[in-house]
Design a protein around this ligand. Sequence first.
Ligand SMILES: [Fe+2]
Length: 378
Amino acid sequence: MLDFTIHTKVFFGENALDALRTINIKKAFVVTDPFMVQSGAINNLTDILDDLQVPYSIFHDIVPDPPIENVGDGVIAFLKADPDTVIALGGGSAIDAAKAISEFALKISGKSNAHCIAIPTTSGTGSEVTSFAVISDKQNNVKHPLVSDSLLPDIAILDPKLVITVPKIVTADTGMDVLTHAMEAYVSTKSNDFSDALAEKAIRLVCENLLCAYSDGTNLFAREKIHNASCIAGMAFNNTSLGLNHGLAHSLGAQFKIAHGRINAILLPHIIKFNAQVKDHDSETYNDAAIKYANISKMLNFPASNISEAVNSLVTAIIKLQKDMNMPTSLCEQGINKEDLNLFKKEIAKNALLDATTKTNPRTPTINEVLQIIEDIY
Ligand SMILES: [Fe+2]
C-alpha cells in the first residue's frame, strides 16, 4: 500500500497575496532576510497586515544557507513574540529557517501549533510545500537536512509579482534547481503515478518558460509558470525525495560555496547519463530511469527515435538551456581550483553517499563512481 498527501493549501496567480485578507491571523511573526526590508519588498506583506490591524514582529536576520546560530537567534525572537502565525517571506533560506525556528520554538515552549504561511520570493526550492529544511553547520562545511511532516507549511502563497525583480543569475540558478527537483522526483525509487504527474508538469513548465522568465523578468506569464513549477516540483519530491544530484550538490555546495541551483545544473546532465547508462548501449533492455528520461524527451518533442537518442536529446537540451542562460557547465567554468577539488574530493564523495537524498537515486553509486562524476563535472 502507498499513500500520497499534499498538506499545504496553495494560493497562486496574480494578486495571490490578497489571500492573507481571508486568513484569520491574531499575531504574526514574520521571518525574512535583510534584503526584503532594505528593498521595501516587505511592504507588500506589512501593508496588508497593517490594513487588517494584525500585530506583528519581524525577524529579518536570515542569511543564505542559514547556519544553526541564525536559527537559534530566530527561536529566541519567536519565543519573545509568542505568535499564533509564522509568515515566511523570502527565498528558500528564509522559508527553511522559518520552518526550523517554528519547529524548535514550539518544542521548547510546549505549545502544540502555530500556523505557518510561506510566501516564496524566488522560484526554486519548493520549500513552501515540503517537509524539509536545510540548516548549515558552517564550521564543518556540512548541510543538515531536517525532515519532518511538522515542517510542512499550512498555506503557500505564490504571487508572481513578488518574483519579477529577481535578478537574471538567480532566475537561472533557481530555475535549474526546480528542473533538478522534478527530474530527480521523476526517476526516484519512490516515484509513483501521482508524483510522476506533478514532475512531468513541472518539467514541461520549466522547459517551456524558464528562458523567457530569464530573458524578460517582467514577463508575468512566464514568471507565474516558473513560480508554479517550483511549487509543483516541491509537491513531487516531498513524496519521492531526490537523488544523487542533490546528494552531491549538498556536499560540493557546502565545500565550495556554489549556489545550490547552479551546482545542481552543472551536475544534472552527468547524473542523467550515470543513471540511464545508455552510453554504447546495444541491447533492447534499458533501465527504468533511461525509459523515464526518454519519456520526458518524447513529451517535449525532442529527437527520440530510440531510448538512447531520447536520453541524449534530453542531456543536450539541458546543456543548451544552461548555455542560453550564460551558466557555467563545469566546476572549472565556475572557477573552482583543481587542486582544491583534488584535496577535498574524497570527503565530498563520502558526504554525498551519506546524504539522505542519495538513498532514493535510481542507481546506487559506489564511491569510485561518485569520484568519477566529480572528475567529469570539472
Ligand atoms: Fe534543490
